[in-house]
Ligand binder design. Structure first.
Ligand SMILES: Cc1ncc(COP(=O)(O)O)c(C=O)c1O
Length: 400
């Protein structure tokens, strides 16, 4: 062990602890769901992206098992080198139909879909114009590109501030290409991007639009087809990213757009070119998950019923849910230490709801991020609400 490295690491960790920013993952000992076993304890889980309960759906499980029987457990190669099985191809065709686009290319995660697509479509003659609250995987994808993008250079607009976006578009006309990029549903705040206005401005100024629908996939639009569907903007959003890891319950990400875009990403999307394909059971499970989404509206109905009830109940109890419009429901705390303390006390009450702090959100904007799902019963949510009230009241009086 290199002592220099070890002592540097030790100092960094101590520093994180001193700032109440140090994370230690808890261990899930049961399938992901509304009520789980975690670190030896049964808790209501409000921190899962398994919005529709598909991660443990019997039809999805069975499809994965059948695929193992048929294909084995690994694809054996990178997609273009020989790792594309017919089940991968079928998934992409199904997704393209679902999204009403010409073509879809699947990556092994939403994160790699961003880091594969964004740099591939940009050159040093281009500029990226971003919402200030975009997800880390968008930011990292943008950083990998040779385009201009920095906030300090004036290319980042205030959150959902369309006046600011237009002002940037008006002064960047000399760039060869301009990409406007936004989360569809903002992952830490749960609000929805004003996509109709973004598309209008893009059309006016000849820019193109990429929307990251990680948290809109399975949640917004027809059968969960995302924000373009929600706003009826079919054919007007150039690049859509979806995840297969959240509402679809398995793992992966995809880029939906034109056939030319897919062809280009097969040739220039680095995580596609240099990383092994999904195991075939992943693709088969995802096809089954899509089948459920397209043919059974009940999980999405339950998701929204629970989300509406949860948000309304928190607001009535005096909590600040920060303008959330979707199942992602932040509960504002502010101070990082207080948010960590609230998370710890909720855990003691039998509720797992993670605190989110810097660098995931700005300093002083720490929150407990809650996510009701189709897998919660009303009793689960009532139980969690009681815990939130007790913890808040105890913290307000300084009781331990
Ligand atoms: C907005 C957004 N984009 C992309 C991702 C990455 O998706 P994945 O988990 O499939 O890598 C996430 C995951 O948290 C996200 O919230």
């Amino acid at each position: 062990m290199n002592q220099n490295l070890q002592s540097w690491l030790g100092r960094q960790i101590e520093d994180l602890k001193a700032q109440n920013l140090h994370k230690v993952p808890r261990i899930l000992e049961s399938p992901a769901g509304g009520r789980v076993r975690m670190n030896g304890k049964e808790v209501v889980n409000l921190s899962s992206n398994n919005y529709l309960g598909l991660a443990n759906h019997p039809k999805v499980r069975q499809a994965a098992l059948d695929a193992i029987e048929r294909w084995g457990v690994g694809a054996g190669a990178v997609r273009w080198i020989g790792g594309t099985m017919s089940v991968h191809d079928e998934l992409e065709q199904r997704l393209a139909k679902f999204k009403k686009v010409e073509a879809v290319l699947v990556f092994t995660s939403g994160f790699t879909a961003n880091s594969g697509c964004i740099p591939a479509v940009l050159t040093d003659k281009d500029v990226v114009i971003s919402d200030e609250l975009n997800h880390a995987s968008i930011i990292d994808g943008v950083r990998l590109s040779p385009a201009r993008y920095k906030k300090s250079e004036g290319f980042v607009y205030g959150h959902k501030d369309m006046g600011h976006l237009e002002e940037i578009l008006a002064r960047t006309q000399d760039f060869e290409k301009r990409m406007i990029i936004t989360d569809g549903v903002f992952s830490m705040d749960g609000d929805i991007a004003p996509l109709p206005r973004i598309v209008e401005l893009a059309e006016k100024y000849d820019a193109f639009v990429m929307v990251d629908d990680a948290h809109a996939s399975g949640v917004l639009g027809k059968n969960g087809a995302g924000t373009a569907s929600h706003f009826d903007l079919y054919g007007r959003v150039d690049i859509q990213l979806g995840t297969l890891s959240k509402a679809l319950g398995v793992v992966g990400g995809y880029i939906a757009g034109s056939a030319l875009l897919k062809d280009w990403l097969i040739n220039r999307g680095r995580p596609y070119l240099f990383s092994t394909a999904h195991p075939p059971m992943v693709a088969a499970a995802l096809i089954a998950a899509l089948d459920v989404m397209e043919n059974d509206s009940e999980p999405m109905r339950r998701l929204w019923e629970n989300a509406d009830w949860w948000k309304r109940s928190l607001q009535e109890a005096g909590f600040d849910t920060m303008g959330s419009e979707t199942p992602i429901t932040p509960v504002f705390v502010g101070d990082e230490g207080a948010a960590q303390e609230m998370e710890r006390r909720l855990w003691d009450e039998g509720v797992y709801a993670l605190s989110i702090a810097y660098p995931t959100v700005a300093r002083g904007k720490a929150r407990i991020r809650t996510m009701p799902s189709a897998g919660h019963s009303r009793e689960d949510l009532e139980f969690a609400l009681g815990a939130f009230r007790r913890v808040r009241d105890a913290m307000a009086t300084g009781a331990r």
